[in-house]
Design a protein around this ligand. Sequence first.
Ligand code: CTP
Ligand code: ZN
Length: 161
Amino acid sequence: MSNDREPTDDSAHELRVSKIRDGTVIDHVRGGQALNVLAILDIDGTRGEEVSVGMNVPSDRFARKDIVKVEGRELSQDEVDVLSLIAPDATINIVREYEVVGKHRVERPETVDGVLSCPNPGCITTGDEPVTSRFEVLEDGVRCVYCGTIVRENIASLIET
Ligand code: CTP
Ligand code: ZN
């Protein structure tokens, strides 16, 4: 088990962010993206969510990584799809009774539907008649398929509430 390993950068970090019992660990998040992960998951702490966050902790895969541990919650595919846009190398670990029972890498979908709202006020998706938003996922951002608006920064701020 990982507890028996020689001390490494990773085990030092484990002392900083304790293990969870049941829930989801989003690991290998690009350094600096943890708060955006929380925004995507709509976690702001006001509803009593039990969450641990490590920012810019040492990692063997990247120089630095962020990690988010959410107790008592599993993620929807929509949430994982949006996470992939800001944390393309993230690992989603499902934890039950302290054990990792599922581990998978996020995959970038070709499109995200009904999850992000277009920042263009003239876009058909933001008018009175509801049209479900659809963004094409680019290498470095997302593009509204209706009006062509490209967003590269702050994708988390487009999440529909
Ligand atoms: N973890 C946790 N609580 C648990 C079990 C695991 O917070 N009860 C965390 C670990 O601290 C680690 C992540 O979930 O950050 C993945 O756990 P594990 O698969 O045991 O670690 P590694 O083998 O190092 O994962 P990887 O190979 O994906 O880097
Ligand atoms: Zn648009």
